[in-house]
Design a protein around this ligand. Structure first.
Ligand code: XIL
Length: 397
């Protein structure tokens, strides 16, 4: 009897302490958001969190962590290379679908959506195509029909399996290009004129009525960078507005989000403003290729924390700005990183003079970096009224 009374008193004491000190210990919380994956945390906002996938790493038996992280942390995937034209049709008329099919099958197994990348781009084209144009054996009329056939073939094969297609990639020049006034740049514009952009969207829509069709580019994170006449974001805005006015079936604008800590950094409100303005046209948006690289100075390479830490912080801050801005706009449907580990990032191989790296959210040993934690916190500490559920659009006809 005494014992029971003592126990009851003890319980009351515990309960009272619980009321006074209302926050339970982490272990007692019914739901610990910090233990959730990015994909689970994104789901609360209807936001898909994605990564580009390097198919060689995915297949490498020595890289189990790569596969696990792709599966566990992300709800959408993009082929880093294997859906590009040079990979799909290395010799004329012979499509090799193996790696691209594998990506789509993996996504299906993992319950992930797929961003198709890319139908029309001036880079990573097959040699037979660029050589044929260069030596005159493919004239511009034939080139246009080859492009139409390619878009139709690829978009038809994956009809119903692709959530968002990057239909046209990087069609617009940069302020530092020559000539310096912004213009339609690259192989396709040179041979077919700017009208290829509208054609590409129409052909893609004819082949796949269900995918969301995106225009994708870099350096369009914010308006007002520099001289207004040379504002790439404004140029893209005017371009997509014009496409919509002409009834072209475009559903969204993808902002790649390749940033560097050595450049001027954006703030959330600037980036959110750009997303709101694209949404105001009736378009969806997405961040499609986010990474934030840094100079690998001698100090960084020698492991000097005084040089490494500020770069990791600055990189994380940029991931935060883009993700928070995306959360702020309900028509921002997905946030995709361009590779998730410094072990398999395109940055060191591409930006090597001067050397750059440290661009992703996990280090080379698959340890989450500050950028990963910042993304997680952004997803956790967001909600109504300013962060709302994503609006699901219908593909435009
Ligand atoms: C990059 C890949 O990451 C590299 O592996 C490849 O060698 C070159 O292309 N913009 C794009 C992507 O749209 O397709 C590019 O991907 C990075 C820049």
């Amino acid at each position: 009897m005494m014992l029971r009374r003592w126990m009851a008193a003890g319980l009351v004491a515990v309960a009272t302490a619980g009321v006074l000190n209302a926050v339970p210990a982490a272990a007692e919380r019914p739901y610990d958001p910090t233990a959730q994956s990015l994909r689970a945390l994104g789901q609360r906002h209807g936001l898909y969190v994605g990564t580009a996938v390097d198919m060689a790493a995915l297949a490498d038996p020595a890289e189990p962590r790569y596969r696990e992280i792709v599966r566990d942390e992300f709800s959408t995937v993009t082929a880093e290379n294997v859906m590009k034209w040079e990979s799909l049709e290395p010799t004329r008329g012979n499509y090799d679908w193996a790696a691209a099919d594998e990506l789509v099958a993996t996504a299906r197994r993992n319950g992930q959506k797929v961003r198709g990348h890319v139908l029309v781009w001036h880079s990573q084209l097959p040699k037979w195509l660029t050589d044929g144009v260069a030596d005159g054996s493919i004239d511009n009329t034939e080139l246009r029909s080859i492009l139409r056939k390619h878009i139709t073939t690829v978009a038809s094969r994956y009809r119903g399996k692709i959530w968002q297609w990057d239909v046209v990639n990087e069609a617009v020049s940069d302020p530092w290009d020559t000539p310096s006034t912004l213009h339609y740049k690259g192989f396709w514009a040179e041979h077919l004129g700017p009208g290829y952009v509208a054609d590409a969207f129409r052909w893609a829509r004819a082949a796949d009525p269900t995918a969301l069709l995106f225009y994708n580019d870099y350096n369009i994170e914010a308006f007002g960078s520099g001289d207004p006449a040379n504002d790439k974001t404004q140029f893209v805005y005017d371009m997509v507005k014009g496409l919509l006015a002409r009834g072209v079936p475009i559903d969204g604008v993808g902002s790649q989000g390749h940033l560097g800590t050595q450049y001027g950094n954006y703030d959330t409100l600037q980036v959110a403003d750009a997303l709101h303005r694209f949404a105001g046209l009736g378009l969806s948006t997405a961040f499609t290729e986010v990474d934030v690289r840094s100079r690998l100075t001698d100090g960084v390479q020698a492991g000097d924390s005084e040089e490494i830490n500020p770069r990791l912080q600055a990189s994380a801050a940029n991931f935060h700005v883009l993700l928070q801005a995306c959360l702020a706009e309900p028509r921002c449907l997905s946030f995709t990183v361009w590779g998730f580990t410094d072990r398999h990032s395109w940055v060191p191989g591409t930006f090597d003079d001067p050397p750059q790296g440290l661009a992703t959210i996990y280090d080379e040993n698959y340890q989450p970096k500050r950028a990963y934690q910042v993304m997680k916190a952004d997803l956790i500490y967001a909600g109504p009224p300013y962060v709302r559920m994503r609006a699901t659009p219908k593909p435009r006809r």
